[in-house]
Design a binder for this molecule. Structure first.
Ligand code: NAP
Length: 291
């Protein structure tokens, strides 16, 4: 494993700026690991903490952000939707998703962003070395992560974004986010859809928290995938699911969810600080925390 970067920050003092993540539960969040690694590697006088905020207390937390003068806020479940209606202004990506995962303070106003979808695209470009322009993507799932990705694929020029979800209504809603490229596929149509795809994304939690083993559940039959396609499993705990391992064993290019996690945080770092994020340092810290 690569060595952790030294912490180049000055000691915490009266000038240290504070950023935080709110969520419930939040103690498992990797945001403090990722963002403190970024501040440490850049030597910025910032620190980042996780704040447990119960579901009904989102408005109080946002008041607290204003009162205490936090310099940036990450937002995780169950607050992403509520924060979208509590900030002064939403960036159009967050507005369309009605979900905010990052709040920046701009000219004294709180601005809500959603960096998940762009973080996914950044990770894909870094890992697979290619963009999605003109391609066909299949997205399994229609929850928060899937919606952000479907929207980002549509914005990034995918020709077709095919959404499959066990609850069809949610698939319909998610597919709309990709504009004219979006379409739903019924669960029975998944094999045909997957055959036509360049990119296949698992945005369901199937395989999450399960030690890799041959009998672990898989989001779709690995036998449907073929060499030449790119597969992304958003699950990052474990770092590689049994499905990912099996897909790769068949010679198909496949990546886990760590890159999206890193790059959505990297975008938050840049929105708060105006600087490019040290993604290598963030990745080293995240991998160390996930073993
Ligand atoms: P979510 O909002 O709860 O949505 C979950 C989606 O998965 C829903 O569409 C749900 O279908 C579907 N689903 C759940 N269990 C299923 C099952 N057993 N079989 C088939 N479909 C199932 O969750 P989320 O926030 O989108 O997260 C989804 C996954 O992405 C999780 O594993 C999460 O850890 C991961 N994630 C990764 C990142 C990253 O940065 N790598 C970021 C966010 C999330 P229904 O609509 O029918 O309920």
């Amino acid at each position: 494993m690569a060595e952790a970067n030294p912490d180049l920050r000055p000691p915490i003092s009266g000038t240290t700026r504070l950023a935080a993540v709110i969520g419930h539960p939040v103690r498992h969040s990797l945001s403090p690991v990722l963002l403190n690694a970024a501040f440490a590697a850049t030597g910025m006088d910032w620190t980042f903490v996780a704040l447990e905020v119960a579901a009904g207390n989102t408005a109080r937390a946002i008041d607290g952000l204003r009162t205490l003068g936090l310099a940036g806020l990450s937002v995780t479940m169950p607050h992403k939707g509520a924060v979208a209606s509590l900030v002064d202004h939403c960036h159009e990506t967050a507005e369309q998703l009605a979900a905010v995962n990052c709040v920046a303070v701009e000219d004294g106003n709180l601005v809500g962003y959603n960096t998940d979808g762009d973080g996914f695209i950044d990770g894909l470009v870094r890992d697979a070395g290619r963009d999605v322009v003109g391609g066909t993507a299949v997205v399994l799932g229609a929850g928060g992560a899937a919606r952000a990705i479907v929207q980002a694929l549509g914005r990034s020029g995918a020709a077709e974004v095919l959404v499959a979800n066990r609850t069809p209504d949610r698939a319909e809603n998610a597919a709309l986010l990709a504009g004219s490229a979006g379409r739903t596929v019924a669960m029975v149509e998944i094999p045909d859809a997957v055959r036509s795809a360049n990119l296949v994304v698992n945005a369901t939690p199937v395989g999450m928290g399960v030690d890799p083993n041959p009998s672990a559940p898989t989001p779709i039959d690995p036998g449907l995938l073929r060499v030449g396609q790119v597969v992304v499993d958003l699950v990052y705990h474990p770092l590689e699911t049994s499905w990912l391992v099996e897909v790769r064993r068949r010679g198909v290019e496949a990546y886990g969810g760590l890159s999206m996690l890193i790059f959505q945080a990297a975008r938050a770092f840049s929105l708060w600080t105006g600087r490019e994020a040290p993604v290598d340092a963030m990745e080293i810290a995240a991998r160390a925390a996930l073993v």
